[in-house]
Design a protein around this ligand. Structure first.
Ligand SMILES: [Fe+2]
Ligand SMILES: [Fe+2]
Length: 472
């Protein structure tokens, strides 16, 4: 049984009996889902050193404690309201923001919230076997931190559905626990969230690139005229930043170790012989998750995106840095691909909003790759990682159904199929990764051979602290 006190919150949950009842009904199903679909083998006998958000101020979410995962206190937090907040874009620009859902936008808003909400439990499901192959206790703890926060993000979206969407919202909240990542009959809504993540290279690439799509989406939703949605997503962004930290530093540590092993192997580059992850394999996984995450931003030309913008539901990342917030007569120059060749065309900017957000995303990813390349540079290695062209390996939007290499050069389907595993992970690559991750490392302070230790531990604790412990 839940009580308002057991759910840390800043939404006056104890005063809202109707909402409390709705959550009381949903919560046991959530816990059952967490047990069935959450981290496998770490539910009952392990204590994990996690951070629990207990309020939205900086001290309030630096609260660390050992908990059993199913007993994590999933809370409901909205960032503080901004006084006299006004609608920042679209046809209602300058009007006061909404505290309730306008009837005419109810379906669109519900769809946006459900689509965002669906990704949260999906990623927990995708990652549920990783604990049994972890490279260290430090990483195991980070995985679980990400997992419980994705669970909290689900709570955040379910809070909105229960609070503002009545009966439909309650039904949607149930369905969020019924769809399953990779399930043939009831898959998750978006494709990248149906791909399995069974090795740690994929996990780090996912948290680097797919959680960063989460950041894109949350930034654009945090601009929303629906103030509770804006405030919820603003707080989620603080947690999302940590997920990307896990991904970026995870790959950085693999690169660091790969460089050390390359040196050891006499720069023959065959670091697989000594148990490392070679740069071409890292690049292939980067290609895979970057291209899947580009797809998550939707079609390049989209009347839905135009309508979300016009209605003030979903803005651009950092809307206040743009000059024109109405964007009625502006155009976006886009590269189309017609009859085998690129053609440049102008598209009404409102219809190109997915592409505008994708531009922001690509820039944010590129900055991360530049930071990774500094590691290679520091070790005197001339290879560099790079983002593939945005036309490469796309399954959504105008490039889907066409074939390109990572430089964006068009290819026939036959040639793409023949050369695909030069650019994307093969079964042999996956098997190799699983072989070096077969034995989990649960000894404090020890790290798998393919990854360097982090620079520092969690919450100023030493790196060899026992971040996950079994109960005596
Ligand atoms: Fe999330
Ligand atoms: Fe995340």
């Amino acid at each position: 049984m839940i009580s308002a006190e057991k759910i840390p919150n800043n939404v006056n949950l104890s005063d809202n009996k109707r909402l409390l009842r709705a959550l009381e009904h949903w919560q046991p199903k959530y816990i059952q889902w967490w047990r069935d679909m959450g981290p496998q083998g770490f539910q009952d006998y392990h204590q994990v050193y996690v951070r629990t958000a207990v309020s939205v101020d900086p001290e309030g979410w630096a609260h660390f404690e050992f908990v059993k995962l199913p007993e994590y206190r999933w809370g409901i937090f909205l960032a503080d309201p901004l006084p006299d907040r006004r609608i920042g874009f679209g046809d209602f620009f300058g009007q006061p923001v909404w505290q309730e859902v306008p009837g005419e936008f109810r379906n669109q808003l519900r769809r946006l919230i459900v689509t965002q909400g669906d990704t949260e439990p999906a990623s927990v499901e995708q990652q549920r076997l990783l604990g049994q192959r972890c490279p260290s206790l430090y990483d195991l703890r980070n995985l679980f931190q990400v997992n419980v926060e994705e669970g909290r993000h689900l709570w955040a979206m379910v809070y909105l559905l229960h609070s503002y969407f009545g009966r439909d919202g309650r039904d949607e909240a149930e369905e969020l626990l019924e769809r399953q990542s990779g399930n043939r009959d009831k898959p998750r809504i978006l494709e990248a969230f149906n791909e399995p993540i069974d090795n740690w290279l994929d996990f780090f690439m996912f948290t680097m690139f797919t959680d960063r799509d989460g950041k894109s989406q949350l930034m654009s939703l945090s601009e929303s005229s629906l103030d509770p949605l804006s405030r919820t997503t603003r707080f989620m962004l603080t947690e999302e930043a940590h997920h990307m930290f896990v991904g970026e530093t995870g790959i950085a540590r693999i690169l660091e170790r790969t460089c050390q092993l390359m040196k050891q192997a006499g720069y023959s580059e065959d670091v697989r012989k000594i148990g490392g992850i070679d740069l071409p394999t890292i690049q292939k996984h980067l290609n895979q998750w970057f291209s899947l995450s580009l797809d998550l931003h939707g079609g390049e030309v989209s009347s839905n995106a135009a309508s979300y913008f016009a209605n003030g539901l979903k803005g651009r990342a950092k809307e206040d840095t743009f000059e024109d917030h109405l964007v009625k007569n502006a155009y976006y120059t886009m590269e189309f691909f017609e009859e085998g060749r690129p053609v440049t065309k102008d598209v009404l900017m409102r219809n190109a909003m997915n592409e505008v957000l994708r531009d922001w995303y690509v820039g944010d990813c590129a900055a991360g790759v530049t930071r990774w390349n500094k590691i290679l540079e520091k070790h005197g290695i001339s290879d560099r990682l790079r983002l593939p062209d945005r036309k490469f390996n796309r399954h959504i939007g105008m490039y889907s159904g066409f074939y390109f290499d990572p430089n964006g050069v068009p290819l026939s389907k036959e040639e793409f199929d023949r050369r695909m595993h030069e650019w994307l992970p093969s079964t042999a690559d996956s098997e190799y990764l699983l072989s070096i991750m077969a034995e989990p490392i649960y000894e404090p302070g020890k790290f798998a051979n393919y990854i360097a230790p982090p620079r520092r531990g969690i919450n100023q604790l030493p790196i060899d602290f026992q971040y996950v412990r079994t109960e005596q």
